[in-house]
Design a protein around this ligand. Structure first.
Ligand code: KG4
Ligand code: ZN
Length: 358
């Protein structure tokens, strides 16, 4: 179905790819030059449910989405002052993510689109993370840009010719950067999620105290690896004989480990991002994902952007972490007539199979 590009549509967007249940209402025409307005965006976080496991437990995430999805949608509609019969289309992120979690969002989206007799549009979660930059800076031209998505589930670089023309340049071959923060925090006995806790104690630490590995830094490939770094931190804490534990480290030694680890992650992210910018010749950089909260990463991104004369886009945190507003990229698909059939399925893996699934 082709919508009239001039008529604004009220879009109900749904996000359940990982451990945040999100719903948002956006209004826009789908003209790429016309950035939609976010009428509401509601996120219900599951952090408290996963905290004691030190990471996201997929089955718990899926069950929590089942409980939260309808109340979150109701709240998004209420805050937007929009009734269901005003909704002109339903969008949902169907890839990549945890399979059980994705299915909850897609099922809700299908049911609503069917009941309301409006188009269903599926979106890519990573395209959404990068489109969040455009939503956050509606008066600026974000595309074409290099995109860096760095979260608990992803650490990937993209070349983004447009909101829907996003191609992966490379990414992590093992852990995501956020996952590494979470695991190192757990080794240090700090709690979950680890990123903010590591950042806090790192402020009192010496980033040069330990020389941790920065994988691929002297390699042409656009790739990241954080599992060797994690092992190096493990040995730094436990000693080569594995006898120490974090508790036996002095407070200063813990801060030094945290600061040196954080510096290694940030160096890897900055190094590869700079390489992606130089390789592509692009002069804009968009950031997405929860690790963008990290102050040291922001500081070094800003320094690099200044040196390389790059325009840097870091959305406010509510648009960096998982949210449904970023699925507003669906309005562009809707205007192009790229709606999904009701037999559309989720695609959990990160493999980007092209646009064969709506
Ligand atoms: O995007 P996000 O909220 O959720 C997904 O992973 O999809 O990102 C969460 C990740 C966690 O791994 C968390 O430890 C990390 O982002 N994070 C941080 C900081 N705040 C959150 N990592 C480093 N420094 C931070 N300040
Ligand atoms: Zn995400």
């Amino acid at each position: 179905m082709m919508s009239d590009a001039k008529t604004p549509v009220l879009l109900l967007a749904i996000e359940t790819t990982c451990d945040e249940t999100g719903a948002a209402v956006l209004e826009g025409t789908g003209d790429p030059r016309d950035v939609p307005t976010i009428r509401s965006s509601v996120v219900s976080s599951q952090i408290d449910l996963h905290e004691r496991f030190g990471g996201v437990v997929p089955e718990i995430a899926a069950r929590a989405h089942v409980r939260q999805i309808m109340p979150v949608i109701d709240e998004a509609l209420r805050r937007a002052n929009v009734s269901l019969d005003q909704v002109g289309a339903v969008a949902v992120a169907t890839r990549p993510g945890l399979v059980g979690a994705l299915i909850v969002g897609l099922t809700a989206a299908k049911a609503l689109a069917l009941a309301l007799d409006v188009p269903l549009v599926t979106v890519d979660h990573l395209e959404g993370h990068l489109y969040a930059c455009q939503l956050a800076f509606p008066d600026r031209e974000v595309y074409p840009c290099v995109g860096l998505v760095v979260s608990g589930g992803h650490t990937h670089l993209f070349v983004c010719r447009g909101p829907l023309e996003v191609e992966q340049l490379g990414g992590t071959i093992d852990d995501a950067a956020g996952e590494a923060f979470d695991k190192v925090a757990s080794l240090l006995g700090l709690g979950y999620p680890g990123g903010p806790l590591i950042e806090k104690i790192a402020r009192n630490g010496n980033p040069k105290a330990y020389r941790f590995p920065r994988s691929f830094l002297h390699d042409d490939r656009i790739a990241f690896s954080f599992s060797g770094l994690k092992t190096a931190v493990l040995y730094a804490i436990k000693g080569q004989d594995g006898k120490n534990d974090a508790v036996s480290l002095t407070e200063q030694a813990q801060a030094d480990v945290a600061a040196s680890f954080q510096e290694a992650v940030v160096d890897a992210l900055i190094g590869k991002t700079r390489q992606a910018l130089r390789n592509t010749g692009l002069k804009r950089l968009g950031i997405g994902g929860g690790v963008a909260a990290n102050g040291r990463l922001r500081e070094k991104l800003e320094q690099m952007a200044k040196r390389e004369r790059i325009e840097l886009f870091i959305p406010p945190m509510a648009l960096c972490t998982d949210n449904a507003a970023m699925a507003g990229v669906a309005l562009i698909k809707l205007a192009r007539g790229e709606t999904a059939d009701f037999d559309v399925d989720v695609i959990p893996g990160l493999v980007r199979p092209g646009r064969t699934n709506g």
